[in-house]
Design a protein around this ligand. Structure first.
Ligand SMILES: CC(=O)Nc1ccn([C@@H]2O[C@H](CO)[C@@H](O)[C@H]2O)c(=O)n1
Length: 111
């Protein structure tokens, strides 16, 4: 007998304010998160605000959510973050110290 599980589809996402400009200019088209943020659903739209002040600044449509290991990150991911790979790895280690399992969330700006 299988247990029925319910999940709540997330409808909001936060970013550090320093990334707002890159997101709004579509220079940054992915974000890399931990398992707590793996439940975004492709095709849904999320309301985006700054982590620091909770200021809403756009809506994003989720395009995909893909698991990735920290050691598998490449320049391809860094390009989509508008960063160099060493900087991206530093940023992730700052936010998620010692993490190995991550999720690449890709998105597009909703007009
Ligand atoms: C609660 C909360 O807001 N968390 C995060 C987590 C990550 N990020 C950015 O995603 C990319 C890879 O991690 C980098 O650009 C990060 O700076 C972010 O802006 N905000």
């Amino acid at each position: 007998m299988s247990k029925r599980m319910t999940t709540t589809i997330p409808t909001e996402m936060t970013f550090f304010a320093r990334f707002e400009h890159d997101i709004l200019s579509s220079k940054k088209t992915i974000t890399i998160r931990d398992e707590s943020e793996r439940y975004y659903v492709p095709g849904t739209t999320v309301k985006v605000s700054t982590l620091e002040e909770g200021r809403e600044f756009c809506n994003l449509e989720i395009v995909s959510v893909e698991p990735i290991l920290f050691d598998e990150l490449t320049q391809y991911h860094a390009d989509q973050e508008n960063m160099t790979l060493p900087v991206l790895k530093d940023v992730i280690q700052d936010i998620y110290p010692g993490i190995t399992q991550l999720y690449v969330v890709s998105y597009k700006l909703v007009a």
